[in-house]
Structures are given as structure tokens and as C-alpha cells.
Write a protein that binds this ligand. Structure first.
Ligand SMILES: Nc1ncnc2c1ncn2[C@@H]1O[C@H](COP(=O)(O)OP(=O)(O)O)[C@@H](O)[C@H]1O
Ligand SMILES: [Mg+2]
Length: 209
């Protein structure tokens, strides 16, 4: 039996990690094997690339190099983890995927959307999630939640904030970009109001499964 590939998208603090946990329980209670993973990363080679992309001192990449790094990591992730897990009948739940590259690098930073799509075709050859949940939150609410979340972490300072320290107008373009992606592919991408309670967000997602 073929498994399913489910992705969660949205800005920082939208609730992706929270909802991933709930979805994992949901499928496991129904007897499925579940693989939870994330991007950039998910497999050792891609996690190495993740550090180049998200750490504060990861490097000052040109937009094209950054785009290629994201898709290099993604191609490894798809071929060595996601597709094999699906072939084994597992449910794969991934925190971010191609939509995040289109939203952040494309809509957010203004890198050419057509170039991103060309690299996507070259590296993934049309491979897409079966369903994507876009957890949509206003910029103000999202940043508020994210700050609360990070400051609550015990121990080492969270240094994976290269993308979170960007300005408000960037976050507005990001949100609008995600919404545009969803409107252009409504069969796959479901927009979920992330201001609802975690339980209601979860029930809304389940209604689409
Ligand atoms: N629906 C919700 N309503 C209120 N707070 C939430 C909701 N979902 C998540 N949170 C809280 O917001 C913060 C960020 O959630 P998280 O799941 O880590 O988001 P993300 O993974 O998208 O950055 C956490 O402190 C979490 O407990
Ligand atoms: Mg998270």
C-alpha cells in the first residue's frame, strides 16, 4: 500500500510543530506507521546543508546558491527517506517543504519564482505532497508566539534564527506568498486559520484527510 506525504507550512509560531504531534498520534492510533521529518534536513546529508542555511554564521549565499542548497537537501530527503517510507505504506509528515522555499526565497526575498520552479522540476520531477496544511496567522500574532516559544527554551540559546530576525514587511510578503501558493493549488493546499485553538486547528485539518 502506498503511504501518504503530508506537509505543514506557515511562518514561525504558526503551530506546525504542535499540529505535527497531534497528527502523528492521530495516524498511530489508527494503526499507521508515521515518519515525522522536517526541512531543510530530515536525513544526515540534508541536515548538514540545513546548518549552512539556518545558522546565523552559516554563510552569505547568493540567492541562486541558496536555492540550489535547499533543493539539494530536498532531493536527498525525498529519495532516501520520503519515497522509501511511502513505498512501505507509512504516513510521512514533514514540517516545511517546497512551498517554504517559494514563500521565503521567492515571495519574501524576491528571487525569481520561475527559476525556483525550474530547479524544482529538475530536482524533484513533479514530486509534491499529497496534502499541505497552511497554518495561516497574522504577522503580529506569529512573531509574538515565536518569541514566547524561543525564550521559554531551557539551556543553549536558539541560534537557528537567521530567518526569524527579518523585518516585518518581509513577514507580510511571506504570509501573502503562502496564501498565493494556496490559492493557486487549492486541491493540495488547505488554508487553516491558525488563530483557532490547537484542538480546532487539528479538527479542521482532520476534516480534509
Ligand atoms: N492554536 C494555537 N493557539 C495558541 N498557541 C499555540 C497554538 N498552536 C501553537 N501554539 C503555541 O505557539 C508556539 C509556537 O507553536 P509551534 O507549534 O512551535 O509553531 P511552529 O512550529 O509553526 O513554529 C508554541 O509556544 C505553542 O505552544
Ligand atoms: Mg516548529
Amino acid at each position: 500500500m502506498a503511504g501518504r506525504f503530508i506537509t505543514l507550512e506557515g511562518g514561525e509560531g504558526a503551530g506546525k510543530t504542535t499540529q505535527t504531534r497531534l497528527l502523528k498520534n492521530y495516524f498511530e492510533e489508527r494503526g499507521f506507521e508515521v515518519v515525522v521529518t522536517r526541512e531543510p534536513g530530515g536525513v544526515p546529508e540534508a541536515e548538514k546543508i540545513r546548518n549552512l542555511l539556518v545558522q546565523r554564521d552559516g554563510g552569505n549565499w547568493t540567492p541562486m546558491a541558496e536555492c540550489l542548497l535547499f533543493f539539494a537537501a530536498r532531493q536527498m530527503h525525498v529519495e532516501t527517506l520520503i519515497k522509501p517510507a511511502m513505498a512501505a505504506g507509512k504516513i510521512v509528515i514533514c514540517d516545511r517543504f517546497t512551498d517554504s522555499t517559494v514563500a521565503y526565497q521567492g515571495y519574501g526575498h524576491g528571487f525569481d519564482l520561475d527559476v525556483i520552479r525550474q530547479v524544482e522540476v529538475l530536482t524533484l520531477n513533479g514530486f509534491k505532497p499529497d496534502i499541505t496544511f497552511l497554518l495561516d496567522l497574522s504577522v503580529k500574532d506569529g512573531i509574538g508566539r515565536s518569541l514566547k516559544h524561543n525564550s521559554g527554551a531551557v539551556g543553549a540559546e536558539n541560534t537557528e534564527d537567521r530567518f526569524e530576525r527579518l523585518d516585518l514587511s518581509f513577514h507580510e510578503r511571506l504570509r501573502d506568498g503562502f496564501l498565493t501558493i494556496a490559492r493557486e493549488d487549492p486541491t493540495r493546499v488547505k488554508i487553516i486559520d491558525a488563530m483557532q485553538s490547537p484542538e480546532t486547528v487539528f479538527e479542521t485539518m482532520v476534516s480534509y484527510l
